[in-house]
Design a protein around this ligand. Structure first.
Ligand code: HEC
Length: 128
């Protein structure tokens, strides 16, 4: 092995060490597991929607809705509408845009499983 190839190997080793230290070139979003969803709801969403999703804070002018027990597919739809801008809301848009598709699904499943006061109203009697 000559001097030039020694330098080449050394340069490669330094480069590999630097790349390793810098970590992956792109940020990998956290896995959207049920445990992640529960943690994310507690750490982020609960500050407005309540720890149980059923007792939101009375935000003047734009009260956050009750989420607990809402239909899962409705929650996915709502979050995706904030993500793609069909629903415009200065508070919820950044919350939803920070989520991946898989995280939206995991959060919707978690929130929907929370016992909530929402229920389907009995059909009204139209009298005919
Ligand atoms: C800073 C307060 C705040 C935080 C934090 C927050 N929300 Fe909201 N959320 C709101 C408000 C206010 C609305 C009503 C927005 C509107 O009028 O469209 C809302 C609406 C929603 C809706 C629509 C419900 C419906 O019935 O249509 C969903 C779903 C939702 N939030 C989920 C979440 C999730 C999941 C998180 C956490 C990732 C979160 N929110 C974090 C304040 C917040």
């Amino acid at each position: 092995m000559n001097r030039a190839s020694h330098i080449g190997i050394l340069a490669l080793a330094v480069f590999a060490a630097a790349a390793f230290a810098a970590g992956p070139a792109f940020a990998i979003p956290p896995a959207a597991s049920p445990a992640w969803a529960a943690r994310h709801f507690k750490n982020t969403c609960s500050s407005c929607h309540g720890a149980d999703g059923a007792h939101p804070i009375p935000l003047p002018g734009n009260p956050p809705p009750i989420l607990a027990g809402q239909y899962e597919d409705y929650l996915v739809q709502a979050l995706n509408e904030y993500r793609d801008g069909q629903r415009k809301n200065v508070i919820m848009a950044p919350q939803a845009k920070a989520l991946t598709e898989a995280q939206v699904k995991a959060l919707a499943a978690y929130i929907s499983s929370l016992p909530g006061p929402l229920h389907t109203l009995p059909r009204p009697d139209f009298g005919h």
